[in-house]
Design a protein around this ligand. Structure first.
Ligand SMILES: [Zn+2]
Ligand SMILES: [Zn+2]
Length: 350
């Protein structure tokens, strides 16, 4: 047998990388959980203590460490590539999609992501650190708004607490990366936004999305979306058709609205049409993407990540934007953070 490949990353990096690759490859989240909880168990422990447990073969006595995590830790502590990690690198470590590579090199940030404060699977700091590791300059944290109860949407009070946490996270990061304050705010049935103006004003970026009554009739949906786009706080129109094309939530047809009217409002207001990169959304559909392009809209390529590994989904959106021939300068997520924040300032007219 040949000698095992060397691995110098240590056990915590190995466990985090395995979780990341499982998420990136869209594998079941219960598998991911085991590795993430093993990593958090090890995090506060001195490394000689971990090594002693490995030597004694008693790792699984620790909370949150099962047999498969223990195998990974044992290999990493010995300085050997864990088998599970090598296998996942081979299966899920390569490019997600062919195309969009040139555009991806120009992408600086992502305006749409969730933490475990709403329906995401990981803490804010894990999302931020992963975004930083992916070379992003900024990541907007956009947990859901109160009406989305199934997703544990944030009340004004919880959102206010979250903003303090974001400040604390940024205070501990080097100045090369910024976690920005945001929201994915529900567009109510009449087009109003599901959060107080006071809280919306405290945020850096606001993504407005329809999550309910997706089958509303065409005229009512058009009015609803235009009202939301005209709201001075709205910066991004999230996953505009609401369609689902694949995945474990099944499929769902796109909602109907006068896309020309909605996109013209976006172009006038400078609201970005989101290119939602999630493989199960691929929203907007290509015809609408091209319509928005021809109308002169700006775009935001967003991961809508609900787990750290999904932050890499931007590649899917970049492939679509490049295929549609969209000029990178019309993609706000290629902009430096200062330009982005200036663009995202609420549009109150005096
Ligand atoms: Zn959404
Ligand atoms: Zn979302």
């Amino acid at each position: 047998m040949s000698a095992p490949e060397q691995y110098a990353g240590g056990p915590i990096a190995a466990l985090r990388r395995i979780a990341f690759l499982l998420e990136r490859g869209r594998e079941d989240s219960y598998k991911v959980k085991a590795f993430r909880s093993a990593a958090s168990t090890l995090l506060p422990m001195p490394s000689d203590e971990v090594a002693a447990l490995v030597a004694a073969g008693t790792l699984t006595k620790l909370p949150g460490i099962g047999a498969s995590s223990a195998k990974v830790i044992e290999a990493a502590v010995r300085g050997e590539m864990p088998e599970r990690l090598a296998d996942l690198e081979a299966r899920h470590g390569g490019p997600l999609v062919a195309g969009g590579e040139a555009l991806m090199t120009q992408i600086r940030g992502d305006l749409h992501s969730h933490s475990d404060w709403s329906d995401g699977g990981s803490p804010i700091e894990e999302m931020a650190i992963t975004a930083m590791e992916l070379g992003r300059e900024y990541q907007v944290l956009t947990d859901h708004s109160p009406r989305l109860r199934v997703a544990n949407g944030l009340s004004a009070e919880r959102l206010a607490r979250q903003l303090d946490v974001v400040d604390a996270v940024n205070a501990h990061l080097a100045g090369t990366f910024t976690l920005l304050k945001g929201i994915e705010v529900d567009i109510l049935d009449d087009g109003r936004l599901d959060q107080t103006d006071e809280m919306l004003a405290r945020l850096d970026v606001r993504v407005a999305s329809v999550h309910s009554k997706l089958a509303m009739d065409r005229d009512a949906m058009t009015r609803r979306m235009v009202n939301a786009v005209r709201n001075p706080f709205t910066n991004v129109l999230g996953h505009c058709t609401g369609r689902l094309v694949t995945g474990n939530r099944g499929t769902r047809p796109q909602s109907t609205f006068d896309a020309r009217v909605v996109f013209e409002a976006c172009a006038e207001e400078g609201v970005a049409v989101e290119i939602n990169a999630r493989p199960e959304r691929r929203d907007p559909p290509t015809k609408l993407l091209e319509l928005a392009r021809d109308i002169g809209c700006v775009f935001s390529i967003d991961s809508d990540a609900h787990a750290p590994g999904q932050l890499d989904f931007l590649a899917y959106g970049a492939e679509r934007a490049e295929a549609a021939g969209i000029d990178p300068d019309r993609i706000v997520t290629t902009w430096p953070v200062d330009r982005l924040l200036e663009w995202a300032t609420p549009r109150f007219r005096l």
